[in-house]
Design a binder for this molecule. Sequence first.
Ligand code: DLL
Length: 443
Amino acid sequence: MNSILETGVTDCHPASLPDYVPVSELRDLQLSRLQSVVTRAWRQVKLFRSRMDERGLAPEDIRLLEDIAKLPFTQKSDLRDTYPFGLFASPMKDVVRLHASSGTTGKPIVVAYTKEDVEVWTSVVVRCLAGCGLNRGDIVQVAYGYGLFTGGLGAHYGAEGLGAAVVPTSGGNADRQIMLMKDFGVTAMCCTPTYFLHLIERAAELGVEMKELSLRAGVFGAEPWSESLRQHIERASGIEAFDIYGLSEIIGPGVGCECRRHQGLHIFEDHFYPEIVDPATGTPLPDGDEGELVLTTLSKQAIPMIRYRTRDITALLPGRCDCGRTLRRIGRIGRRSDDMLIIRGVNVFPSQVESALLEIEGVLPHYQILLTRQQGLDQMEVQIEVTPQMFNDKIGALQRLHERLQGALDHVLGIRVRVALVEAHSLERSEGKAKRVIDRRTL
Ligand code: DLL
């Protein structure tokens, strides 16, 4: 790990990076790490041990990597049910950090890190940023929230580990973010894609031309975003936009990230073992098939996660990336299995709405889905912001746009939805993860 922190890494080819290790070596390393993490969890975590016992399994039964499929799954409710510290495999004297992620209801889930865990976390975020072409000399503004959320501190340690200069703004106060970007000559921005969209808009209002700033890269994640949104961001700001993935339960940001080839997100497989399973049955699926991502932490000390059901839907991409990394890649995560809305019996994903909308000119990438129930029947309204020119234009243009949107949404969703065109800036902006769906159906 030291070699990564010390190399002064540039894009793609420093052979010292674990990103390029021969596949056979990587698989050997994964197996030995899997065996030790299973042993550790079996010894230290009651819940895991009891699940192994129920299956008549002992750590020695893991002889090959494929044996991972014998192991029991872990899911979010396990963290909730053992709140706050029930899945810890390290005593508190070895824990140096606690983070928590708020769920939609009740208690948050708690995650913990030993000093070694923080070092691993730093090293994977260093590798993410290096893969995005960042290096010493870059000035990285971190506008993910600092605090219990893993985004801010995760990106911060990684950028600092890379040797870049960090501007730790956290979320919020768009005007100040833009001022610092400009005055400090910030070269890379880390935040959610929707927050960056907001910064693009606000910069335009302030008369700041984003394309004239030193900013050249954005490392965006923590929420689903589409390829069309990437194109919109790149066109509007002149930067190269990268997708970074992670989740608190596994480590935070840095489980995987795109490199400059943008051919999927490389998973740091020496620390996180990926599988894709059928979300309904849990059966492992072959590379290329879409399903639920299941992750096993191979080196985590404080909370080893064995076969964690992420609920994120993606595929392991077959073949190698042109960049030469041997790390396998996942496709962009557009949706979660629990994101699915069932509207009048039809399955609808918010990501389908985003992709359909952004294909159409005159539409801004700000939308919200409002669900209501009228006389027992689900109603879905998609509120979409349109450019000010559209509202100023003759009414005919707005009507034509309305019809095109209605047609596009009916086509992708397969159900009739109500389309409401609203003025630019009328939908609420978020500083972190955007809230795309408002479900009033239970009221
Ligand atoms: O969002 C960690 C993170 C911070 C990732 C900053 C990237 C950048 P949680 O709050 O625990 O952790 O949320 C994890 O967010 O299971 C996905 O559903 C979603 N998510 C994260 N990154 C992406 C992405 C952080 N690039 C949950 N694309 C995950 C799509 C993402 N969804």
